[in-house]
Structures are given as structure tokens and as C-alpha cells.
Design a protein around this ligand. Structure first.
Ligand code: C5P
Length: 245
């Protein structure tokens, strides 16, 4: 069960330099299976940082939130497939034509290279957005759009995860950032929840950055999140029916 939950907690590697990133990953060892690389490290180091993470035996979630004209996004997605990332993000606000072009590009490029297609995840409403009465409806309509355009899932806050699950069904991947253990600072995040609450709401994966990165002992912070989820969930995360490995 612990190994299942380990595969569902994604570390946001939001650190400024690659040597610090490498040191942190060495400390963490095999405790987590997916590492998220965002624009901070990727802008500085490009594919080198993806290779560094993959060389440690962990999968890469490339979170560059593509949002551009369809042709540009499709070509960027092809490049991401070549990097063998496990997941990547694009903004649902880019619209139907952009999302469909991205999904088709990912399928074609993965087939051409005979590699597993990355999971394409649509950003709905950022978790740093305060939210309003209409936020849930916006997230749901963007999730529907993502599904109709053959994306694999979406990113939303834990507060909307249950509603998205109801509307989009079991096989649709839900990733929730904005995770804060009870005691942690929210920082710029607004629509936050604990890891346990996010999984209970139906998230397949959670993304955690600062609560681990800024902890005095990042390994203990990871262990605490894993233990907390295992205590609450019983065997919920041992079930293979979440549609993801
Ligand atoms: O440090 P913290 O736990 O807030 O990090 C959350 C991570 O998830 C950041 O890397 C951020 O870019 C990302 N993210 C987010 N909200 C989204 C999509 C991605 O916070 N909707």
C-alpha cells in the first residue's frame, strides 16, 4: 500500500539550481516515483534537468503549462514526447483546437517513436486563484472540454476534485496541487487542502512543493504525508481501479 501511495505523491522540484535539485533527489532516494519539473529549472537547464531526474529512476512530470497557437503547442508536445516525460500540462484556456492538436501530436509522436504516450493534463483554474462562486462550474466545464478533446486528465484544486470525478468518470486523471499539511504556510496558494482530503475527494495524484522543499527535514516531511494518507485511507490506494499505475 505504501508503495502505491508513493507513486501518487509528486514532488514539485521548484528549486533554482540543478546541483541543489540533485542533492535533494539523492536525499529523497526512492521515496517518490514522480518529480515535477516546472519553468524555473527548465528555463535554466532545459532537457538536461529532465535527463538528470530520469537518470535517478524517477518519472518526470513536465509542467510548462503550454498555451499558444495550436501548431506551436502541438510541436512543443512532440518535443516533450521525445524527452520521455510521463505527464505534461497545457492550459485548457487555449481552447478546443489547441487541445485537440496537442492530443493528436502526442499520439502520433509516441507511436512514431514506439514509446508510451505521456499523460496530457489540462490546467483548469490555478490553485493560487482565490476562487469564487463560479469556480467549480468553470473547472467542470474546462474538465469536460479537456475530456472531449481527448486529454487524459486535468489539474484542479482538491476542492473541485470530487465534482470533476462525478462528471468525468473513473479513468480521467485528476491531479491536485495546493496541498498543505494542517500546519504548513499556504504562501501564494489559495484553494488548499491536506493530502488526505485531496485523495478522499478522488485525486489520483497530488503535487507537493514547499511543504517538502522548505521543511527542515524533507525526507521526514514526505514520510509524514505518506503515513497520514495510509492512516486515513486503509486500502483505498491499493486498488488498481484508479486507472493509473
Ligand atoms: O509549493 P507548492 O506546493 O505550492 O507547489 C505547487 C506546485 O504545483 C507548483 O510547482 C505550481 O507551479 C504547481 N501548480 C499549481 N497549481 C496548478 C498547477 C500547477 O500550484 N493549477
Amino acid at each position: 500500500m505504501r508503495s502505491n501511495i508513493k507513486g501518487k505523491i509528486i514532488l514539485a522540484l521548484d528549486v533554482p539550481d540543478i546541483s541543489g535539485a540533485r542533492r535533494l533527489l539523492n536525499r529523497i532516494g526512492n521515496r517518490l516515483k514522480i518529480i515535477k519539473i516546472g519553468p524555473v529549472l527548465f528555463t535554466a537547464y532545459g532537457p538536461k534537468v529532465v535527463e538528470m531526474v530520469r537518470a535517478k529512476g524517477t518519472d518526470v512530470f513536465l509542467d510548462l503549462k503550454f498555451h499558444d497557437i495550436p501548431n506551436t503547442v502541438a510541436n512543443a508536445v512532440r518535443q516533450a514526447v521525445r524527452l520521455r516525460v510521463k505527464m505534461l500540462t497545457l492550459h485548457t484556456e487555449g481552447g478546443e483546437e489547441m487541445l485537440k492538436a496537442a492530443a493528436e501530436a502526442a499520439r502520433q509522436e509516441a507511436a512514431r517513436l514506439k514509446v508510451k504516450k505521456p499523460l496530457l493534463l489540462g490546467i483548469t483554474v490555478l490553485t493560487s486563484d482565490q476562487g469564487s462562486a463560479g469556480t467549480r462550474a468553470t473547472v467542470i466545464s474546462r474538465a469536460r472540454l479537456a475530456k472531449d478533446c481527448r486529454l487524459d486528465g486535468i489539474v484542479c484544486s482538491a476542492l473541485e476534485a470530487a465534482a470533476v470525478r462525478r462528471v468525468c468518470g473513473k479513468g480521467f486523471v485528476i491531479v491536485t496541487p495546493g496541498i498543505r499539511p494542517g500546519s504548513a504556510e499556504a504562501g501564494d496558494q489559495k484553494r488548499v487542502a491536506t493530502a488526505e482530503a485531496a485523495f478522499a475527494a478522488g485525486a489520483d495524484y497530488i503535487v507537493v512543493g514547499r511543504p517538502i522543499l522548505e521543511a527542515q527535514d524533507p525526507v521526514a516531511a514526505i514520510q509524514n504525508i505518506i503515513e497520514g494518507c495510509c492512516n486515513v485511507t486503509g486500502d483505498r490506494y491499493g486498488r488498481p481501479d484508479q486507472g493509473i499505475a
